[in-house]
Design a protein around this ligand. Sequence first.
Ligand SMILES: O=C(O)C(=O)[C@@H](O)CO
Ligand SMILES: [Mg+2]
Length: 269
Amino acid sequence: MPRLSANLSMLFQEYDFLDRFDAAVRAGFESVEYVSPYEYPADEIAARLERAGLEQALFNLPVGDWAAGERGLAVLPDRIDEFRRSVDTAAHYAQALGCRQVNCLAGIGPQDIAPAELETVFVENLRYAAGRLGEACIRLLIEPINDRIDMPGFFLTGTRQALDIIDKVDSDNLFLQYDIYHMQIMEGDIARTIEANLPRIGHIQVAGHPGRHEPDIGEINYPFLFDHLDQIGYLGWVGAEYRPRGRTEEGLGWMSGFGGRAKETSNAG
Ligand SMILES: O=C(O)C(=O)[C@@H](O)CO
Ligand SMILES: [Mg+2]
């Protein structure tokens, strides 16, 4: 059973954000992740991590105006300066929180700009960010996300596309964030894809499908996949990134049901 991280942007919504850290450790998690820490002072979040004895597994580079529908800046030709400033912000928070990897959300490209132009901007932004973050020993990830349900218009939607972009960036500090829920929707073939690309995968996330609820609800066979991750030697965190059907604490049975070992500490690189 891989080591589990609690995604505080989706779990423990019963509590204010800063109170979710204690809730996560009470539930047996030893690391957390979330979309964005930037709404809070880094030292406040660091204090919550310290008090709860939690590791910071991951968060995203600034994503733009989430409430206005923005889902990342990295492909946007008119936001390059803002993107570069956002990398410095992410580096500051990652160092303050002891976080060793951050994800770069690609963004939703304008309809009137050719995908090839968006990709060029993405590759150049990733090359800059991978270098800047690498100086601080922080790994950079990119995550394909389904554009059929959760993020219509999102630029990065498949593993092959992500790996081709990683190849074009040509940095040893750029890795894949593999969200099993999204990839079940977009491509399937999950176990083989993870195994074939294991050295290039920096983080994995899970949720049931359909519905993006607890992993024990729906068509994805997580007991098989968790054993598979152990068998192939995946050493990173697995982020529990799902919408609980009720109170979070009432739906955690899947962790013990799968031999949950959230108590394991991470030795992720
Ligand atoms: O939406 C997802 O899936 C995520 O992992 C978010 O944190 C955006 O990266
Ligand atoms: Mg995800």
